[in-house]
Design a protein around this ligand. Structure first.
Ligand code: ZN
Length: 308
């Protein structure tokens, strides 16, 4: 119980065919909303911040908030998309229990070297590490691949990468993408590539980024109160459920879904109660919708209910 690294939790998730949601937060409200949902459903949970969120809220405040609130549940505090050794070291030194080093835009050998360096430091502090291999579309696609296949994780490289770095989990590219507009055509995940990776790396914890579903009820609610999210779409929940319950995907990142839900709640109250200047009025409604979205993920997508 309480804050811990990913080792035992991922082992348990693989053995019992579920995944642990990794939810991004930027403030007390989003953190509490996530933890409320996980507590109510007795689910382990990963709370994570990017370096941008750390800049916004301050790493000491973030770490203290999580420590204070994560007592009765297995919780991993993860750094999302650390880009340098220094990013990861800062998180480790401030009590994060897992860090992601994202050197996926670097050449293979450089990705290995940087990941290895982070793994050595992290393991000496009992912190686990996630790395990434393959290029996700969306915010990462400035690194444009010349042909489509080069965007997906190469299974043979994945095996070599894990063996040489001693990393604890690996984010793979099988067709998910960052942001609120994920597909121009039909959503498609490469389950064939996922299966090949699993054959080469049996029982190894895999991670999906860019895996928001963009719940249309929240999009509609936000738009009803003035948001402009035309064409927002995500990964269908049944595909994510298959990846988590029938494969070794044990961590699924969710950020955009929570942003939309929080925005919908805040907009709703500001529109319906224009006289209010009590921040709690509208922040509470944002929190409420974030909790709803997280509960739906835990129950219907990741199957992590009652696994704490
Ligand atoms: Zn990501």
């Amino acid at each position: 119980m309480g804050l811990q690294n990913s080792k035992e939790l991922f082992k348990h998730a693989i053995k019992n065919n579920y995944a642990i949601g990794a939810f991004n937060f930027v403030n007390l409200e989003t953190l509490s909303a996530i933890l409320d949902a996980a507590t109510e459903l007795n689910s382990p949970v990963i709370v994570q911040c990017s370096t941008g969120a750390i800049k916004y809220a301050g790493i000491e405040a973030i770490s203290a908030m999580v420590k204070a609130k994560a007592k009765n549940l297995p919780v991993i505090l993860n750094l999302d998309h650390g880009k340098t050794f220094e990013d990861c070291k800062m998180a480790i030194d401030n009590g994060f229990t897992n860090v992601m080093i994202d050197a996926s835009s670097l050449p293979f050998e450089e990705n290995i070297n940087l990941t290895k360096q982070v793994v050595e430091y992290a393991h000496s502090k009992n912190v686990t590490v996630e790395a990434e291999l393959g290029v996700l579309a969306g915010v990462e696609d400035e690194v444009s691949a010349s042909n489509d296949d080069a965007k997906y994780t190469n299974p043979l490289q994945a095996k070599e990468f894990v063996e040489r770095t001693n990393v604890d989990s690996l984010a793979i590219a099988i067709g998910t993408s960052h942001g609120t507009h994920k597909f121009s055509g039909e959503a498609k995940l490469r389950f064939d590539i996922l299966s090949q990776i699993e054959e080469l790396l049996p029982d190894f914890p895999l991670v999906l980024h860019g895996a928001s579903s963009i719940p249309q009820n929240m999009v509609q609610l936000a738009e009803q109160y003035g948001a402009k999210l035309k064409g927002a779409n995500g990964i269908p929940e049944n595909m994510l459920n298959e990846a988590t319950t029938k494969h070794n995907v044990v961590k699924v990142n969710v950020d955009s879904d929570l942003r939309i839900a929080f925005t919908a709640g805040v907009r709703e109250i500001l529109t319906n109660k224009p006289e209010t200047v009590d921040l709690r009025d509208y922040l509470k409604q944002g929190k409420k919708y974030v909790t709803e979205v997280v509960k739906n993920k835990i129950t219907n997508v990741f199957a992590s209910e009652n696994k704490a």
